[in-house]
Design a protein. Structure first.
Length: 664
């Protein structure tokens, strides 16, 4: 729905360092940024209170509220999820521990593998067995009661049930789940046939274990948030998923695994929205925040998705926006390794105590301290009401690092920037060059609190011709919450070694749609298939054409294979492994007019190989200065939530949507 003068739409994103809020009302956009709190719901409510005050609105005037969070991600990375038990087919107790035999570091003689989320003493088994041909060993009532008794003795918070071939025949899992839920109503139960009815035991089991491990924690948080928003008079929030769509809060509380990349996915949604407003469909979304950097490739206005992702060392085979993340952000700590080389990250100063320049007790130099010392960053973070920054404390922190390296302050600060930029440029190559895409054919859309400060350097490294800095670049993930559609995803394994045809494809899709789409009125349906050449171990996901014919689908697979791997195999049989179904219920994007700022203009000393006195513009004062034309750097453009650095010789203009457009 469009925001009107009588109401507004609210989006709030909880990041590792800051919690961002965006309110769109009457065609205007209002923003706030507050430090992320230990109890994230407190920060969410504070960000909402602040942005409503800036708009002069009451909570009751908000008509829609969407939220993204880091609760699931943090619980998994910090191993602070629920105590979880597992149930598997007898003889397969240790699937989670055995995992796969692939080795990420081939020559590491003493690799450290992530510990399973379920301790061995909490892994239970049951006598039963089904196969492709059907039931081999029946699941007896005595076995079920014995298992329920064992769970009562263990007293876990959650249980993950993953039986062999339950993706083909879920009857045993469903009987177990019903018995456990009936006997232990306070125990969260995750069934693999509900979480991920897809073949590959380890990935299915891992995803189900992640869901069980996280759901009690996430459900408590969302329950607390729902109570808080209700008390504050706000609507119940919709929750952003890793796939880039939202779900109602009560539905999100039932399963946490789909919420793992909630915040980063919203950033991609916001980037696509900003790109479309600027007339750019092919872009690389570059989100540099305080803790990490996320990069995503967008083609024809759509981001790719993947179901092959590890988070915290745990495979999660659910649909996610294809985001590549590295531990380099504004708060990343610079350090000297044993060989005397300068390193940056992945450890972050976070929000507490934060970089040294925050004056909250941090002493180690970070990327933010380097940017502040070099003049790229102003003396306040988050606008006039934001956090005051101390250049003196930043200089002290960078100075200690410079002394350890035996170099000057400027060289040390630039070294921090260059090392961080090298890591981010590597990430940009991973999602473009390494996947068969030339970055010179894309625009770099930079956002996040620190992204616009580093965008030009990265574009120069990769020869990207144009940079887009959206008007709400510092809070674009929160804006993505506002414009995100409602989305649901399903997958089903349908592999048949005897082959497949147009008719079998139509029948399997019709059966899945009959099973899953009851009551899904007004939603667009996206059909996709996972295909592979015979003999391959992994698949490529290809959208199924409207004609639903095998010839067109096979040709689309061959084209996709050549794009990704550089070749196709003419005449080789193509196997159909999984079918996927997605429903998308679109929300009308709110109208947003270009902001009218106060037009301030100042100057400060900036390091560009030497200290230069450089003009500092607000976006509005730059618009007044250059009109519809371009102007040449060096310059600094300050928004309340982010700062854009334009080096000498680079040109900048502002388009009708308020985007900064920078080119060499």
């Amino acid at each position: 729905m469009s925001a009107t003068a009588g109401g507004g739409v609210l989006g709030i994103d909880v990041g590792g360092t800051f919690t961002d809020a965006v309110l769109v009302a009457g065609g205007k956009i209002y923003r706030s940024k507050v430090p992320t709190t230990r109890n994230q719901s407190e920060g969410v409510l504070e960000a909402a209170r602040l942005v409503l005050a800036r708009a002069g609105m009451g909570a009751g005037e908000v008509t829609y509220f969407a939220h993204g969070m880091t609760t699931a991600t943090n619980a998994l990375l910090e191993k602070k999820g629920a105590r979880t038990a597992s149930v598997s087919t007898r003889g397969f107790r240790d699937i989670l521990e055995i995992g796969r035999q692939n080795r990420p570091r081939l020559y590491d003689l003493c690799p450290e593998r992530p510990l399973p989320l379920v301790a061995r003493d909490d892994r239970l088994t049951v006598a039963e067995r089904v196969s492709v041909a059907g039931e081999i060993v029946a699941l007896g009532d005595d076995g079920i009661q014995t298992l329920v008794g064992e769970l009562k003795s263990l007293a876990p918070e959650a249980v993950a049930v993953c039986l062999l071939f339950s993706f083909l025949d879920p009857s045993h899992e469903r009987r177990l789940g019903a018995a456990i839920r009936d006997a232990l109503p306070d125990l969260h139960v995750s069934l693999s046939c509900e979480v991920l009815p897809q073949f590959r035991e380890y990935e299915r089991f891992s995803t189900t274990a992640v869901d069980a491990y996280l759901t009690p924690v996430v459900s408590r948080y969302l329950g607390s948030l729902g109570e808080g928003t209700n008390a504050a008079g706000l609507p119940e929030p919709a929750i952003m998923q890793s796939s880039g769509g939202v779900l109602p809060l009560m539905e999100a509380r039932r399963s946490a695994a789909p919420l793992l990349l909630s915040g980063p996915a919203a950033g991609v949604v916001g980037a696509i929205f900003a790109g479309v407003r600027g007339g750019v469909d092919d872009l690389i979304a570059f989100d540099m925040g305080g803790t990490s950097t996320d990069v995503t490739l967008v083609r024809n206005g759509r981001a790719g998705t993947t179901s092959e992702r590890e988070v915290g060392g745990q495979p999660v085979a659910l649909p996610m926006v294809d985001i590549h993340t590295i531990g380099a952000g504004g708060g990343s700590i610079a350090w000297v390794d044993a060989g005397g080389a300068l390193r940056v990250g992945p450890e972050s100063a976070g929000a507490e105590p934060g970089p040294a320049c925050y004056g909250l007790g941090g002493r180690e130099a970070t990327v933010t301290d380097a940017d502040l010392y070099l003049g790229y960053l102003g003396d306040r973070l988050g606008g006039r009401e934001g956090l005051a920054l101390s250049r003196e404390l930043a200089a002290e922190a960078v100075g200690r690092l410079a002394a350890a390296l035996g170099i000057g302050l400027e060289e040390a600060a630039m070294g921090i920037r260059k090392v961080a930029n090298a890591e981010m440029a590597k990430a940009l190559r991973v999602i473009s060059v390494e996947r068969g895409h030339d970055p010179r054919n894309f625009a770099l859309l930079a956002f996040g609190g620190a992204g616009p400060m580093h965008a030009v350097s990265l574009a120069a490294d990769l020869e990207i011709p144009e940079i887009l800095i959206p008007e709400s670049c510092g809070v674009l993930s929160a804006l993505g919450m506002v414009v995100g559609d409602e989305r649901r995803d399903w997958v089903k394994t349908v592999y048949d070694s005897s082959g497949w045809s147009t008719e079998s494809l139509r029948q399997t899709l019709a059966a899945l749609e009959t099973e899953r789409l009851r009551g899904s009125t007004g939603a667009a349906i996206i059909r996709a298939a996972d295909l592979r050449y015979r003999g391959q171990s992994h698949e490529l996901t290809v959208e199924v054409p409207d004609s639903l014919d095998s010839v067109t689908l096979t040709a689309a697979f061959a084209e996709a294979h050549e794009q990704v791997y550089g070749y196709r195999i003419e005449g080789e049989p193509v196997e159909l492994v999984n079918i996927r179904l997605t429903t998308v219920k679109s929300r009308e994007a709110p109208e947003i007019a270009a902001a009218e700022g106060e037009g301030r203009l100042s100057s400060r000393r900036i390091w560009f190989g030497e200290w230069l006195e450089v003009d500092v513009f607000s976006r509005e004062s730059l618009r007044r200065a250059c009109g519809s034309g371009s102007t040449r750097g060096p310059m600094i453009i300050e928004d309340d939530e982010a700062t854009t650095v334009v080096p000498p010789a680079w040109m900048v203009t502002i388009d009708a949507a308020g985007n900064l457009r920078i080119s060499a």
